[in-house]
Design a protein around this ligand. Structure first.
Ligand SMILES: *Cc1c(COP(=O)(O)O)cnc(C)c1O
Length: 428
């Protein structure tokens, strides 16, 4: 049966058996599939989104008002916003150059500096598998354990990626997966939290279903959330699990094709995993960097017009930007290439803009600027009203020269060939 066929079968079953609710046989079945997939005797709770999984992971770590939580600055906002939802303060840590993920050394420096400055240890650490690339989880866990800090792995983009052979999301106390429409597998929208044991699983399950106690009536002893995945979405998930390995193989194949075809293109580099043998990225998206001296056709006109819709046609962006530029944006040649590709029917996207450069986190200081101090390593600590950042410059530098290229299940070998040829033709 085809992929769509299986998904429709599970969904039809949900209707036939009257399970059109946020629980049921598809939810149970999908969770069992996921538990088998991630291994390590983990328990999994299927949720309505990856964001809610980050949120519940932090809730279960006891994060609350006045706490601080360390996370990677170079990420999608969903790694950070749930920290703010809980009244806690995100402490953004910059990246290392090889993986683009949280720099373990800088992370330890940040922990020490937080303890020195606040007298308190950060309440959790959220590393992120950026574009599927594994973070150096052995180093991260060693430091986290040394300071007694629980780790919530944001493997939303790293479904099926492995470090030293072990699936991401299974190293920390909790692991986050996302099944949003653009991720490796999708349930239209959805996510999951990987938990360490039955006790943790039970707690997460309680929080995900409004924290209802076992009485014949509704008894609430804690504040819960309505975060359970629907049985319809889980039906899609069960269908998708039958093709997960094929999707993963496809992403890795597309990456290797990009690597091969870009090998002889000067000034353009494909972001690839370190060759130590520890890394096995799912290569969710192919990311390239473009040297600043590479000239792209029509580059002098980059950023001359105000964009009236979000890049990527993002849902929810309903107002035009107020100005064509910001104080932190991709270089002119990157923007010119994005426009060039767009005209050729190819969607190139900027990398995630680092959280410590987002106005919502860095633009709200009382005096309009941060308290700034330098650290022994040469990194800089910025203290804002609602966030703290430990910055070595790596994520901002990558954001300025980077771009993501299409890599999904519909991207064929011919497409990759066309994309690379188009990029070559854009270079002057
Ligand atoms: C997609 C994503 C999430 C959140 O997932 P949703 O299912 O969209 O809520 C969290 N973290 C990262 C890094 C992501 O890319």
């Amino acid at each position: 049966m085809s992929e769509e066929g299986l998904e429709q079968k599970f969904i039809q079953e949900a209707f036939d058996t009257n399970w059109v609710v946020p629980l049921g046989p598809n939810v149970d079945g999908f969770e069992k599939d996921l538990e088998k997939f991630v291994g390590q005797d983990k328990r999994v709770v299927a949720l309505s989104s990856g964001t809610s999984a980050v949120h519940l992971g932090l809730v279960n770590c006891g994060v609350g008002p006045g706490d601080e939580v360390i996370t990677q600055s170079f990420t999608f906002c969903a790694s950070a916003h749930p920290i703010t939802y809980l009244g806690a303060t995100p402490v953004f840590v910059d990246s290392e150059p090889d993986t683009w993920n949280i720099d373990p050394e800088l992370m330890e420096e940040a922990i020490k500096d937080r303890i020195a400055k606040t007298g308190k240890t950060p309440k959790a650490i959220v590393p992120v598998a950026l574009y599927g690339m594994p973070y150096k989880i052995d180093r991260i866990m060693k430091i986290a354990d040394q300071y007694g800090i629980p780790v919530v792995e944001d493997a939303a983009e790293g479904f099926g990626s492995r470090y030293q052979g072990q699936v991401l999301g299974t190293f920390g106390k909790y692991g986050v997966l996302s099944f949003n429409g653009n991720k490796i597998i999708t349930t239209s929208g959805g996510g999951a939290l990987i938990t360490s044991d039955d006790d943790e699983w039970r707690k997460v399950m309680m929080y995900a279903t409004q924290y209802r106690e076992s009485y014949p009536y509704y008894q609430h002893e804690k504040i819960g959330y309505n975060y359970r995945m629907s049985n319809i979405c889980a039906g899609i998930g069960r269908g998708q699990m039958t093709v997960a390995e094929a999707h993963l193989a496809h992403h890795r194949h597309v990456q290797s094709l990009y690597e091969k075809l870009f090998a002889d293109v000067p000034g353009i580099h494909v972001h690839s995993q370190p060759a130590t043998g520890d890394f096995d990225s799912n290569y969710w998206l192919c990311a390239i960097t473009i040297d600043e001296d590479v000239r792209i056709k029509d580059q002098e006109n980059a950023y001359k017009t105000i964009v009236t819709s979000a890049v990527g046609g993002a849902a929810g962006v309903i107002h035009a930007a107020s100005q064509a530029i910001t104080d932190c944006q991709p270089n002119d040649n990157v923007e010119a290439l994005r426009e060039y590709l767009n005209k050729a029917g190819i969607e190139g996207r900027p990398l995630w803009k680092p959280m410590h450069k987002q106005p919502v986190y860095c633009g709200r200081s009382e005096k309009g600027k941060a308290m700034i101090d330098s650290l022994p390593s040469g990194a800089v600590c910025y203290t804002y009203d609602n966030s703290v950042a430990y910055v070595n410059g790596v994520s901002e530098a990558m954001f300025k020269i980077g771009m993501c290229l299409p890599a999904g299940p519909c991207v064929s070998d011919d497409d990759v060939q066309y994309i690379v040829e188009t990029i070559k033709s854009a270079v002057i």
